[in-house]
Ligand binder design. Structure first.
Ligand code: RB5
Length: 143
């Protein structure tokens, strides 16, 4: 399982924590940047991570910016991407169970890093339910 990670400067430190945690869990990580606190543009990194997942180079993606909002908007513009912005463990559970989210977005300035790690773990450890939710996911993928 390969997980792609990307962030802007607002999510950089959180991305680094998530990277360390996922490597400890045994996942293969593709770190797509950014690599410092220097100001960059979140659409660049959201798109890069989303295209990496959509092309199959990575199985899943995690993106971080200050709030998670801008970078999730960017990711969701790429066909085949379902990026859920998560601010709670329940949202992480539901975005996999119902939306089969292949990416999640987190806010480095709005979500505590311990909660962010719990969110990532919950998303990874939850199964997609399928059934009626598959119909809706198919509708999303046709857009
Ligand atoms: C960058 O200052 C900030 O706007 C960005 O990280 C993010 O929060 C946008 O949604």
């Amino acid at each position: 399982m390969i997980i792609a990670l990307a962030s802007d400067h607002g999510g950089f430190e959180l991305k680094e924590k998530i990277k360390e945690h996922l490597e400890d869990r045994g996942y293969q990580i593709m770190d797509l940047g950014t690599n410092s606190n220097d100001s960059v543009h979140y659409p660049v990194y959201g798109r890069l991570c989303a295209e990496t997942v959509a092309s199959g180079e990575a199985d899943l993606g995690v993106v971080c910016c200050g709030t998670g909002i801008g970078i999730s908007i960017a990711a969701n513009k790429v066909k085949g991407i379902r990026c859920g912005l998560c601010t709670s463990v329940e949202m992480a559970h539901l975005t996999k169970q119902h939306n089969n989210a292949n990416m999640i977005a987190l806010g480095g300035r709005t979500t505590d890093e311990n909660l962010a790690i719990q969110i990532v773990d919950e998303w990874l450890d939850t199964e997609f339910e399928g059934g009626r939710h598959q119909t809706r996911v198919d509708m999303l993928d046709e857009m």
